[in-house]
Design a protein around this ligand. Structure first.
Ligand SMILES: C[C@](O)(CO)[C@H](O)COP(=O)(O)OP(=O)(O)OC[C@H]1O[C@@H](n2ccc(N)nc2=O)[C@H](O)[C@@H]1O
Ligand SMILES: Nc1ncnc2c1ncn2[C@@H]1O[C@H](COP(=O)(O)OP(=O)(O)OP(=O)(O)O)[C@@H](O)[C@H]1O
Length: 276
């Protein structure tokens, strides 16, 4: 049995530069990943199966299509490995929430099937599978801090930020990535910086925040509550939202903020974790 953690992705900064002729947007983003995420297991079996459990299973079970089975099928085509397998997804991350849950699941599936087939995780054909599955999937395949360009697939890994306490908060509102990009105002506000990664993040922006806030006003309350917490280093929305995050000076400050937010908004999803 092969186990993979499909770690949640954060965009510590996300600068949208222009809309490309193919409809995608050219980005500059600082990707980071946290310790926690969905859990995926792959086992040899007589016939294919795919089962979803966990707190967010319901939303996905209703949709016939899933990025996990798409990743499995694409891997098979690329590597000619037709052995059936049983896949179990423990869905712990909220769906359509800006932290790349589906992309991380697809990437975890590719890593697990690659391990099973003796394929290296940096095999160019595996990267091509990731790229074909979505803009965030190559970053999730890597699952480490990186600068992303292009539509997100052009990656340069960078060191730093490991261990910084992070709190992720989602108000329970799903946001469509395509709709948020579609509402971006088209203004290029400039590139992300270089140098110290935390400074790059703090001096950067998420250009998708204004369109996401207008489509999902609940984001305003999440950011306000996070900004109100003591000892934060950075408060921002991730990806196309609605999940927002805060980075903290220390773990006790992160824990205190998690407790305050859980008692103020018991229906919100709140994950106390750390950057890897
Ligand atoms: C917002 C981010 O999460 C930041 O990391 C990503 O750019 C989105 O990545 P993703 O969810 O994997 O997105 P995809 O599944 O590739 O694309 C979903 C839709 O988002 C829009 N899209 C996505 C990525 C990109 N660079 N430009 C876009 O305009 C397109 O309308 C596309 O049809
Ligand atoms: N395993 C999966 N987990 C989550 N969503 C999935 C999965 N498979 C397919 N999807 C579909 O993908 C859509 C986007 O889901 P996801 O959770 O990846 O969005 P996101 O967090 O906004 O991602 P990103 O930050 O990459 O834009 C969902 O609305 C859902 O219909």
């Amino acid at each position: 049995m092969i186990h993979e953690v499909a770690r949640a992705k954060l965009n510590l900064a996300l600068h949208v530069r222009h809309r490309r002729p193919d409809g995608y947007h050219a980005l500059e983003t600082l990707f980071a990943f946290v310790e926690d995420g969905d859990r995926l297991t792959v086992a040899d079996a007589e016939a294919d199966s795919f089962v979803i459990t966990g707190p967010f299973a319901g939303t996905l079970q209703a949709e016939g299509d899933n990025l996990v089975t798409r990743a499995r099928d694409r891997f098979r085509l690329a590597f000619g490995d037709d052995r059936p397998c049983a896949i179990l997804l423990d869905k712990r991350l909220p769906v359509a929430s800006g932290i790349g849950g589906g992309s991380a699941d697809a990437a975890a599936t590719l890593r697990a099937l690659a391990t099973r087939a003796g394929v290296r995780h940096d095999d160019p054909d595996l990267l091509a599978c990731a790229d074909a599955l979505g803009s965030d999937v190559p970053a999730c395949l890597l699952s480490r801090t990186a600068i992303g360009r292009g539509r997100g697939e052009d990656l340069v890994p960078v060191d730093g930020l490991t261990g910084i306490p992070a709190l992720l908060v989602n108000p329970g509102v799903g946001v469509s990535t395509a709709a948020v990009f579609g509402s971006w105002d088209g203004v290029d506000r400039g590139p992300i910086g270089s140098g110290d990664l935390l400074e790059v993040a703090c001096s950067g922006r998420n250009d998708l925040e204004p369109p996401a806030r207008s489509l999902a006003p609940a984001i305003d309350a999440v950011l306000a509550l996070l900004e109100h917490q003591p000892r934060t280093r950075l408060v921002r929305m991730s990806g196309s939202g609605a999940t927002c995050f805060a980075l903290f000076e220390d773990a006790p400050a992160c824990a205190a903020a998690a407790e305050a937010i859980r008692s103020a908004e018991p229906d919100w999803w709140c994950l106390e974790t750390a950057l890897i």
